[in-house]
Design a protein around this ligand. Structure first.
Ligand SMILES: *[C@@H]1O[C@H](CO)[C@@H](O)[C@H](O)[C@H]1NC(C)=O
Ligand SMILES: *[C@@H]1O[C@H](CO)[C@@H](O)[C@H](O)[C@H]1NC(C)=O
Ligand SMILES: *[C@@H]1O[C@H](CO)[C@@H](O)[C@H](O)[C@H]1NC(C)=O
Ligand SMILES: *[C@@H]1O[C@H](CO)[C@@H](O)[C@H](O)[C@H]1NC(C)=O
Length: 376
């Protein structure tokens, strides 16, 4: 593999210009932070008898001594914990008192942009995914109606130019069906042909996910399709026949990259056997220090998958159009291209178009973006 980074054609520095902010003088008397009691507690990571911590947890469990564990009271009613929180609030107020004018200025400026003073965080559930078909599409699927917004140059449609609203995923209903004190569904991703939705569901709170596939028209999810212990990321391929996802190791670290092929099983209905056993392992990273992930490029053409730590990385690119074509043609799939083996630098890859990859790297002294030609 040639060293693409050395063959950098151009390097562009991204420089942010910031207007300077005058910080008011902070009063000399420095408040002291509260100092909560230290009480050694042994905490367990992994399987614990009598607790449902989701699939794929460490067994036997590991332990650690945490002397602030007593602060974790899920019921949020313990008097000592509440007293400590009050002390923290008082300390935060006292130590930022000199900045209150600036704080108010920033707050006032922010609410002029978001036009909303308060937002509540949605815990457990609270999402409804809806869509409307654009009625006025020309034959080439360009918008025949709608108008260009001067704000961002994107097309907007009026209500009468849109079809009926369809709910394709009701997370409140999923949460109710799960009958669990915790439920979260994230990464809701509709297939390229708009017929299926894949999402990551956690009914335990352990961040180990089930990954079901739902046929939107019928609401049917086949248990045999569902990936257990998904962790990390997933993406549809160039069409609904291919799908990529990561699964976790025994230590709950995303470790493996898989390809699933949905041809022709997806259309067969509930009698079909398990797809999971047929999924192909594209890559695995046994190094415990690395975190495996994947994503589709902005061009939609490439799958980028690989592994990172805070200061090094190793990425591969795979042409998803060629990959989907081999599914239909019965020829071997393309081999992923290694961009740069893990080494002394952290980098990320993006594909915009053509045979050019954009690399964001700290391989030189400053973080920069390098455009290289890699896909010949
Ligand atoms: C708490 O645990 C730490 C390390 O596990 C130990 O060094 C320390 O002495 C313990 N403190 C008490 C009060 O037992
Ligand atoms: C915040 O700190 C200031 C200055 O110490 C004090 O006058 C004020 O009462 C405090 N406010 C609250 C809510 O604690
Ligand atoms: C929901 O869970 C509770 C507590 O675990 C249980 O008592 C109840 O029967 C469950 N309801 C349904 C409909 O499964
Ligand atoms: C699994 O793969 C085998 C061999 O390619 C194929 O014959 C079989 O139909 C597949 N099973 C499913 C459930 O897709």
């Amino acid at each position: 593999m040639r060293r693409h980074l050395a063959a950098a054609a151009a390097a562009t520095l991204l420089v942010t210009t910031a207007t300077s902010v005058a910080f008011p003088a902070v009063s000399a008397a420095k408040p002291t932070p509260p100092s909560p009691a230290r009480i050694n507690t042994t905490v367990f990571f992994g399987r614990v008898a009598g607790e449902d911590r989701g699939g794929g947890v460490m067994d036997p469990p590991r332990t650690a001594v945490d002397d602030l564990h007593w602060l974790r009271y899920d019921a949020r009613s313990d008097a000592a914990v509440l007293a400590h929180l009050a002390d923290e609030n008082e300390y935060a107020n006292a130590s930022t008192w000199g900045l209150r004018g600036l704080r108010d200025t920033v707050y006032d400026e922010m609410i002029t942009r978001i036009k909303e003073a308060d937002r509540t965080a949605a815990l457990q559930s609270g999402d409804l995914y809806c869509r409307k078909r654009i009625v006025g599409l020309a034959a080439d699927r360009s918008p025949a109606v709608g108008s260009l917004s001067p704000d961002d140059g994107r097309v907007r449609w009026a209500d009468e130019e849109l079809g009926d609203e369809e709910t394709y995923l009701d997370i409140n209903a999923l949460a109710a069906a799960a009958n669990s004190s915790f439920y979260a569904a994230t990464y809701v991703t509709v297939s390229p042909d708009h017929a299926y939705v894949a999402y990551a569901a956690d009914a335990v709170g352990a961040e180990s996910y089930e990954l079901p596939f739902r046929r939107i028209a019928t609401g049917v999810e086949l248990a045999s399709d569902t990936v257990a212990a998904m962790r990390g990321s997933f993406a549809w391929g160039a069409d609904t026949t291919t799908f990529y996802y990561t699964t976790q190791s025994a230590t709950n670290r995303p470790e493996n990259v898989w390809r699933r092929t949905f041809v022709p099983r997806l259309e067969e209905g509930p009698a079909a056997g398990s797809d999971v056993a047929n999924d192909t392992l594209l890559w695995e990273d046994p190094d415990e220090g690395f975190w495996v992930s994947l994503s589709r490029s902005r061009s939609d053409r490439m799958l980028m998958f690989g592994s990172t730590t805070s200061d090094t990385a190793e990425w591969y690119v795979l042409d998803v159009v060629a990959d989907a074509a081999t599914v239909k043609g019965g020829v071997p799939p393309p081999t992923p291209t290694l961009v740069e083996a893990r080494g002394a630098s952290l980098y990320f890859v993006e594909h915009l178009d053509g045979d050019t990859l954009v690399i964001k790297t700290n391989a030189v002294d400053v973080f920069c973006i390098i455009v290289i030609s890699a896909l010949s």
